[in-house]
Design a protein. Structure first.
Lengths: 318, 469
């Protein structure tokens, strides 16, 4: 066809418009037009995603505190060294974040899977049961926090009524006891997070071909074998993706913990993002906060890559 | 497929002719236009309301037109500010005030963001606790000269002016104070009467009442304290109040300035105060921020609460006017009362304002006798305008009147907290609120806590002094 493009000059057929101009026009516009069309979106993404991310990397290498301008300047890896050697709160908050993510993702997945299997069955009242299961997902974060604050309040909550029944003491709250605060906040977040898994898994369950179950049943496979050999493999990619997304969201969770405990008592429920927020907002130390954010970013990035690799996400499709 | 593919090869491959000058020009123009459009969109998206970032110098302006006002306690004070703004616009029809209410919790971060990225208002409410940080970033206009030439000169409370000067980090006035708060011991008059207790005017009476009113088996507690967010200042207030130490800093014979927070008398006082936790207070108090603490007291089962005047309206709604009173913090047995400085609210004029003349006119109006009186009456706080302090409502609001007397009659010694230190928030919030909770939970001693606090404060002070030369 390259030859064909050069031929028209010698053709006896009616003379076409000058080849140079036509090639130029047809060549230039289609090639650049898509780029022009996506340029606005691309530039906006650069502005609103790439720029903030890059600026965090930049500030992580600097001392930057607007209230202490005399200290501002290049820090190299100093902020990262401070995190590892000079900040007694860094490792405990990171440790709590990882414990929080592991507990939340594992329990949300198990409970979400169980609920999805339950409401996937045919029974009378299935529609309202599904609505009930999914309803916490529709409740705003602020309202969720308020509901659980009241449930855990020492005067209006569960412990007050247990004390009325002679179980426990008045004036206590599961959020103020270092022995109970972790399970208490885990339960509150589960209430909000389980429907996420239930919705995704139920959607995927509905796409499993029924004839697979019928064939397995004919072959004598019981419920457990059908679940292990048909349902779970079919749900694999959905589970991998949803657990990954949820892990990232839970790692970055701030609102519920901040409202319920403020990271306390005594830092027992302070996640790394809560610590970062405190350093940036209370201390104005944006350089150090950026360094901690970079650490969190790297942990999430490599954690995600390793998880996807080990779980062979999308492997069967390939 | 082939035609397009062929054309691509010709254009890229060089053998084909180059685009005509007109075609190249046209595509570049299209690209430039697209870029310009995107940049314009971006600029609009990131744009501000006409005011700039912290470094902008602004302009005096015409004294007319629109100004933007940020209320740093939006929601709670919105109604009274809108009322004052309506009166102002009636008196100054050439000036329109755009009101923006910002929740108190996010005021600091909102200002910080605007200082860095633009969008500061012309006038904003700035409390002393955040004043040093904002002033250090060069965002506020010094107001000394404007005040000297104003009808307000000589009519504002001197100690409040000193507080905001001190909080601003030096001798300059960066906000005009509008009101002061004061540490107040709220107590349930009905419970005290039923138990035959005298008003908790001294620390001895306070501790006796806390013990007497506590009956854990019946869900009754003598006191509720603040163990969560914002816990350090109330703890220091109780500590200095009992120790009787009247200065936050002391200078040794060698000339070194160090803090008094870990003075043995303060250590003993803090041990005694925090010893109430779990004994005469609910154990849930360890996570109390002020909202939880106030809500808990307003539930009606607790005898006393230490908070400032700002929660008066909430107590009034929950308990009615006859079941509680508010007193200035307890005094020592000899009658001496020592309190730490409470935040002073003020109005700042932002340096980036393009209409400083109009902004100052609004500040003058807000600080006038009538407007300042109206605002403080709604807030239950002590007016900065000395004429407003004499208004009848101040006398009728007992807690406010007692607080105004305590601050104004010389009977109370004020320990000025170092709000001006750039590290004050780091030390008093991020680093040590969890440590105070450790003391409450018995994981750390009060002495270790105060020694750590003192070490950090001394370093912060030394760095500040070094920078100021």
């Amino acid at each position: 066809m390259a030859h064909a493009a050069a031929v028209p000059r010698k053709s006896p057929v009616p003379k076409p418009p000058p080849a140079r101009a036509r090639r130029s026009r047809t060549g230039a516009v289609p090639r650049r037009l898509p780029y022009l069309l996506i340029a606005p979106a691309g530039l906006l993404m650069l502005g609103f995603i790439a720029y903030p991310v890059l600026s965090v990397f930049y500030y992580s290498l600097r001392h930057h505190n607007p209230t202490k301008p005399w200290r501002n300047g290049f820090a190299g890896l100093g902020n990262f060294v401070t995190a590892l050697t000079g900040d007694p709160q860094f490792l405990p908050t990171l440790g709590f974040s990882l414990r929080w993510v592991a507990a939340q993702v594992a329990l949300q997945l198990l409970l979400g899977l169980g609920l999805a299997l339950l409401v996937h069955q045919s029974f009378v009242g299935r529609a309202p049961a599904r609505a009930l299961v999914f309803s916490p997902w529709a409740v705003s974060g602020v309202l969720t926090s308020t509901i659980w604050l009241l449930l855990y309040n020492s005067q209006t909550g569960v412990t007050r009524y247990l004390a009325d029944l002679g179980m426990g003491s008045y004036g206590t709250s599961w959020l103020s006891d270092t022995g109970t605060v972790f399970p208490a906040v885990v339960v509150a977040e589960l209430w909000r997070g389980v429907p996420f898994f239930a919705i995704l898994i139920l959607a995927d369950l509905q796409s499993v071909p029924r004839d697979l179950y019928e064939a397995a049943e004919v072959d004598g496979a019981g419920r457990l074998r059908r679940f292990l050999h048909i349902t779970l493999p079919h749900l694999k990619d959905a589970i991998i993706l949803s657990t990954l997304l949820r892990a990232v969201w839970e790692f970055n969770n701030v609102d519920l913990l901040y409202t319920l405990t403020g990271g306390g008592p005594a830092g027992e429920t302070t996640t790394l993002p809560l610590r970062i927020a405190s350093i940036a907002v209370d201390s104005h130390d944006f350089g150090y906060a950026s360094a901690l954010t970079t650490v969190a970013f790297v942990i999430l990035l490599f954690g995600s890559l390793v998880y996807l690799r080990l779980s062979k996400f999308g492997g069967e499709a390939r | 497929m082939t035609r397009t593919g062929t054309t691509h090869r010709i254009t890229r491959g060089g053998p084909g002719p180059a685009p005509t000058p007109r075609g190249r020009h046209g595509s570049r123009a299209a690209l430039a236009a697209a870029l310009a459009a995107v940049l314009a969109l971006t600029a609009t998206a990131c744009g501000d309301d006409g005011s700039g970032a912290g470094g902008d110098r602004g302009a005096e302006g015409t004294g007319k037109g629109e100004i933007t006002f940020w209320d740093n306690n939006g929601g709670v004070r919105t109604d009274v500010w809108k009322e004052i703004i309506a009166r102002f616009e009636k008196a100054h029809p050439d000036i329109h005030v755009k009101y923006v209410g910002i929740p108190a919790e996010s005021a600091q971060s909102k200002y910080d963001t605007a200082i860095q990225g633009g969008g500061l208002p012309d006038v904003g409410g700035v409390q002393t606790a955040m004043l040093a940080g904002i002033a250090a970033q060069g965002a506020l206009e010094p107001l000394d000269e404007r005040l000297e030439g104003s009808p307000l000169d000589g009519k504002l409370n001197g100690s409040m002016l000193d507080s905001v000067r001190s909080a601003g980090g030096g001798d300059r006035l960066y906000t005009v104070p509008t009101s002061a708060n004061n540490g107040t011991l709220w107590y349930r008059t009905d419970l005290f009467r039923a138990a035959g207790l005298a008003a908790p005017t001294t620390w001895d009476r306070f501790y006796a009442a806390a013990d007497r009113l506590t009956d854990g088996a019946r869900n009754r507690f003598g006191f509720t304290l603040r163990g969560g967010e914002g816990s350090i200042a109330p703890a220091l207030d109780a500590m200095y109040g009992q120790s009787g130490i009247t200065s936050f800093w002391k200078t040794s014979a060698g000339g070194a300035t160090t803090t008094t927070v870990n003075d043995p008398r303060n250590v003993a006082a803090l041990e005694k105060y925090l010893g109430l936790y779990g004994k005469d207070t609910p154990e849930a108090d360890v996570n109390n921020d002020f909202r939880k603490m106030v809500a808990q007291w307003d539930s009606g089962r607790i005898g006393m609460l230490s908070h400032n005047l700002g929660s008066y309206q909430e107590h009034l709604k929950a308990l009615g006017p006859r079941r509680f009173r508010g007193l200035p913090n307890p005094a020592l047995a000899d009658g001496t009362r020592v309190q730490v400085s409470n935040p002073v609210d003020g109005l700042g004029l932002f340096r980036s304002s393009k209409n400083k003349a109009a902004a100052w006119t609004f500040i003058e109006f807000a600080l006038s006798h009538a407007a300042n009186s109206r605002w403080n009456r709604a807030a239950g706080a002590i007016p900065a305008n000395t004429e407003a302090v004499g208004d009848s409502w101040v006398r009728e609001s007992e807690a406010t009147a007692l607080a105004a007397d305590a601050l104004g009659d010389g009977s109370t010694r004020i320990v000025q907290l170092p709000y001006y230190l750039p590290d004050w928030n780091t030390v008093s919030k991020a680093d040590n609120e969890p440590n105070l909770q450790k003391v409450l939970l018995g994981r750390e001693s009060a002495k270790d806590f105060l020694d750590t606090l003192a070490d950090q404060l001394d370093k912060a002070r030394a760095e500040w002094d070094e920078q100021r030369g």
